[in-house]
Design a protein around this ligand. Structure first.
Ligand code: CTP
Ligand code: MG
Length: 179
């Protein structure tokens, strides 16, 4: 019964980590370079090159690390966690960061200022991005890995994990808002 939970956390770690790495390491030049659309910022000051590159790099490192420790996990827990193909090693973190950028673009169009929360969008933007890009990059692996129970766990567990990690980052003073 825990198998879909273990598999869900395993496969989503390369998509979860990028956001946290971006919070820790972000800053510097904005991706939108201060450009606006109408009177509103294109993406806003919360989306930087350094944060995005750090996020993608961290996600790739996590996927490579999980691949390397896969045999140990299988030996210890007996759960056959999947091996990440190159398409997923790249697709999960890049998709996660892209989803987050698209969400900021949407928030700015809707006149939501940087850092303001949009329930649902903030928690699932990177999941949708990660899943969509991975599906495009490796449809066979995606279908074999993201079974219905795994997808259900991802959709239910992600907002909980996201809210928890952001709250921790906020109380540690790493983030300006607790979401
Ligand atoms: N960050 C970054 N680059 C990214 C994503 C995040 O530098 N691509 C950093 C920024 O310092 C950002 C922080 O991580 O302020 C928190 O990220 P997030 O919550 O996604 O952005 P917000 O600042 O809340 O902005 P938005 O309203 O656009 O979501
Ligand atoms: Mg935010």
């Amino acid at each position: 019964m825990f198998e879909p939970v273990i598999v869900a956390v395993w496969v989503m770690l390369p998509a979860y980590i990028p956001n946290n790495a971006a919070v820790l390491l972000g800053g510097g030049r904005r991706i939108d370079g201060g450009r606006t659309m109408g009177a509103k910022p294109l993406l806003g000051s919360g989306k930087t090159w350094r944060g995005t590159i750090a996020g993608v790099t961290a996600g790739i490192a996590v996927a490579v690390g999980l691949n390397a420790s896969r045999d140990v996990i299988i030996g210890a827990y007996g759960t056959v966690v999947p091996l990440f193909p190159l398409a997923a090693i790249l697709g999960l973190p890049i998709g996660a960061m892209l989803g987050d950028l698209v969400a900021s673009f949407v928030k700015r169009r809707a006149d939501v200022s940087r850092g303001s929360a949009v329930l649902g969008l903030d928690q699932l933007d990177f999941v949708v991005g990660a899943l969509a890009l991975t599906l495009l990059a490796s449809p066979d692996w995606f279908i074999a890995t993201f079974t219905l129970p795994v997808l259900v766990v991802v959709v239910l567990l992600t907002p909980v994990l996201h809210v928890l990690t952001n709250a921790v980052a906020y109380y540690l003073g790493l983030k300006n808002e607790p979401w």
